[in-house]
Ligand binder design. Structure first.
Ligand SMILES: [Zn+2]
Length: 277
C-alpha cells in the first residue's frame, strides 16, 4: 500500500477525479508501457527488494524483467470480473492461478517480529483482525501466529510460512506483501513506521486486510480497469462476475468507491471462497 495514497487520500481523490475519470473508457487499446517507463516506476526498498505497483516486491532485476515481459509488455485486459487472482497463463485457466495448495492454505503460519517494540501489540492486533476477516468468509484458509518464533522472526525463519517485520521504507509504502509463488526470503509482510501514525480513514487492520489479500494471491482490483487510471497488467483471472470498485484490493483513489477503512466486500468474500473452496 503506497504511503502517499493514504496520507493524501482525500486530496488525491479529488485531484485524481479528472485524471482517473469516472466515465467508462474502453478497456482495449491501452498503450503498452515500455520497459523504461515501467522501470522508472520501480524503487528499491531497504530489504534490497524491487517494489512495483506500489506495494509488490520482487527479488531481482531478472525477475522484474520476466514479470514485465509476461505481463505489462504483453496484452491489456478486457474482462470485467471481480476479485482477481494472480494468473500468468495465456489461457487464464484456473490451473495457472498463483495460489496456495489446499493443504498449505489451511496452515498459513507467520511470526510477528519482536523488533516492532512498542508497536508490536498494534501489529499483532491488526494481524488478528485481518486474518479473522479473511477466515470469516468461509473460505478454506487458516492463518496461525506462531508466537514462539517472534523473537527470531526473520526472512530466513523456516518455522513459519512468512514473517511480519518493521521496515523504514523511506516513505515508499505503508506496508508491502508478496504472492504465493515467492520464495521464503521474499515472503515478508513489511510494515513501515508511517503505518503507526494517522492513516485515517484507514486502520492498520485495514492495511493488513489488503496486504493479506496479496498473500492469498489476489491482485489489485483496479489492475484490469483502464478507466481506474491505475491499470497494471493482464496477469489475472476474475473469480466473480462483477467488477468491484469497493473491493479491499481496490485503491480508493483509482476511481474506487470505498471511502472508509479497507474492508472485505461481499464480492471479496465470494471470490476468496471460489479460490479456496
Ligand atoms: Zn496492494
Amino acid at each position: 500500500m503506497r504511503k502517499f495514497r493514504s496520507v493524501a487520500l482525500v486530496a488525491a481523490v479529488s485531484l485524481l477525479g479528472s485524471a482517473c475519470g469516472s466515465s467508462e473508457a474502453p478497456e482495449a487499446g491501452q498503450p503498452k508501457m515500455t520497459w523504461e517507463e515501467f522501470r522508472a516506476t520501480v524503487v528499491e526498498d531497504p530489504e534490497g527488494k524491487l517494489i512495483f505497483d506500489g506495494d509488490m516486491a520482487l527479488d531481482s532485476e531478472e525477475e522484474l524483467h520476466a514479470f514485465f515481459a509476461s505481463s505489462i509488455g504483453a496484452d491489456t485486459g478486457t474482462a470485467r470480473g471481480g476479485l482477481a487472482v494472480y494468473n500468468t497463463s495465456s489461457s487464464k485457466a484456473p490451473s495457472g492461478d498463483i495460489k496456495w495448495s489446499a493443504t498449505q492454505a489451511r496452515s498459513l503460519t507467520y511470526c510477528v517480529s519482536s523488533t516492532f517494540g512498542t508497536n508490536k501489540t498494534a501489529v499483532v492486533n491488526a494481524m488478528n483482525a485481518a486474518t479473522a476477516a479473511w477466515k470469516a468468509t468461509g473460505a478454506n484458509i487458516n492463518f496461525t501466529h506462531v508466537t514462539s518464533l517472534d523473537s527470531n522472526c526473520t526472512a530466513s525463519q523456516t518455522g513459519v510460512l512468512f514473517d511480519v517485520r518493521p521496515v523504514n521504507s523511506g516513505g515508499q509504502y505503508l506496508a508491502r506483501a508478496f504472492f504465493p509463488n515467492s520464495g521464503r526470503s521474499g515472503r515478508n509482510v513489511l510494515v513501515d513506521n508511517s503505518a503507526f501514525g494517522n492513516i485515517s480513514p484507514w486502520t492498520l487492520a485495514g492495511i493488513m486486510r489488503h496486504e493479506l489479500g496479496h498473500v492469498l494471491g489476489f491482485r489489485h482490483e483496479h489492475t484490469r480497469s483502464t478507466s481506474s487510471g491505475c491499470y497494471e497488467d493482464s496477469n489475472w483471472r476474475a473469480l466473480t462476475t462483477t467488477y468491484d470498485r469497493s473491493s479491499v484490493m481496490h485503491y480508493p483513489q483509482c476511481a474506487g468507491t470505498q471511502t472508509g477503512d479497507l474492508v472485505l466486500t461481499s464480492l471479496d468474500q465470494q471470490g476468496v471462497r471460489a479460490l479456496y473452496p
